[in-house]
Write a protein that binds this ligand. Structure first.
Ligand code: NAD
Ligand code: AKB
Length: 321
């Protein structure tokens, strides 16, 4: 039986995607992998784990052969803020890692899911309701790797028949694993700080608008796209997907409906502000809706309610340990 490999499985998305895949297909069917070692209880549903550096062809090949892998969810990457600090490392991991994964996938006939990002757009892209097919000239190393990754995945599909698929995620909001160094991390930190301290120092300006999505929808998008009828997919790499467009002020106002004393001030980080200012304010995900039935379950109101409840529980449980 063909199994599923998740790279970068201990990250913000991987930790929840691995759990969801194990619940859907069976714990032994899903192999988690990362360059970090797995801490006890890191993944909600336990199962096999491999230490694997995605930039190392031999390691990826061995894991794929050993476990008879048929599908790879390739999540290992360096995110936007860290990529600006360490552009050489970002290129090596985001492009070098993807190349090795695609080469192994070509040889072993695996399907591959690769997430792109709103970071694949740049300052010349139309910023409102950004179309699926439009100008992509990002001015960040993260963006350069994301556009190149979309193109490389298209190439492996048309040239070698590898079943590559991907979405352009917006900022992802979640409560299981903290984000790994992106520009949209503020939208997660704001919830942690609101619940723990009742205040937050935001590193983006209050009116900086970016698209966001709650993690259960991000997981749903990845699995639905990989299960979609390939005959219906015109845009494989990568589909715009979104759930809500928010600013720090809008998020703070929504949080105040539950925590009226919550306060926020600003300590702007010029690097992350410049990155955010080069990204779309909102994106058009009608191609995903049309081609594989994409639709988010969470809007701003029900995401905020759930995030706050989940974090309260999480901190309560931590106190009892
Ligand atoms: P993350 O930073 O939380 O996790 C990445 C994981 O990759 C980490 O656990 C890290 O240890 C691992 N990793 C790093 N280098 C590796 C290597 N050489 N070999 C194997 N593993 C390695 O990232 P994430 O937020 O889970 O993002 C996953 C993917 O989704 C990335 O491609 C990212 O660009 C994309 N994405 C994320 C978001 C978001 O808001 N989280 C939004 C858009 C796109
Ligand atoms: C980041 O901010 O780098 C990510 C992304 C939107 O790609 N969250």
């Amino acid at each position: 039986m063909k199994r599923i490999l998740v790279t970068g499985a201990l990250g913000q998305i991987g930790s929840e995607l691995t759990t969801a895949l194990r619940k859907r297909y069976g714990a032994d069917v899903v192999i988690a992998s990362d360059i970090k070692m797995v801490p006890r209880d890191a993944l909600g549903a336990p199962g096999p784990f491999e230490y694997m550096d995605c930039t190392n062809f031999q390691q990826v090949q061995e894991v794929v052969r050993k476990h008879n892998i048929g599908t790879i969810y390739h999540l290992a990457a360096v995110l936007s803020a860290v990529a600006e600090e360490k552009p050489q490392v970002a290129w090596e991991v985001n492009m070098g890692g993807l190349y090795q994964v695609l080469e192994v996938a070509r040889q072993s006939q695996c399907a591959v899911f690769v997430p792109s990002s709103i970071g694949a757009f740049g300052p010349n892209t139309p910023r409102d309701n950004t179309p699926q097919d439009t100008i992509q000239r990002p001015n960040t190393m993260y963006g350069v790797t994301k556009v190149a990754a979309e193109l490389l995945c298209d190439y492996y599909h048309t040239r070698f028949g590898v079943d590559t698929r991907g979405v352009r995620y917006p900022g992802l909001i979640s409560h299981v694993t903290p984000p790994g160094g992106g520009t949209t991390d503020y939208a997660v930190e704001i919830f942690y700080e609101a619940v723990r301290h009742g205040r937050y120092h935001c590193f983006l300006g209050g009116d900086t608008q970016l698209d966001m999505m709650y993690m259960p929808d991000a997981i749903k998008a990845a699995i639905s796209l990989m299960e979609a009828d390939p005959g219906k997919l015109r845009h494989r790499n990568a589909f715009n997907v979104t759930a809500m467009a928010v600013t720090p002020e809008i998020l703070a106002a929504e949080i105040r409906k539950h925590l009226p004393n919550f306060s926020m001030d600003y300590v702007i980080d010029p690097v992350r502000q410049a990155i955010a200012d080069s990204w779309p304010k909102s994106i058009d995900d009608s191609a995903a809706r049309r081609e594989w039935g994409w639709q988010p379950d969470f809007d701003l109101a029900n995401m905020t309610k759930d995030m706050l409840a989940q974090l309260r529980d999480k901190f309560e449980r931590a106190k009892q340990v």
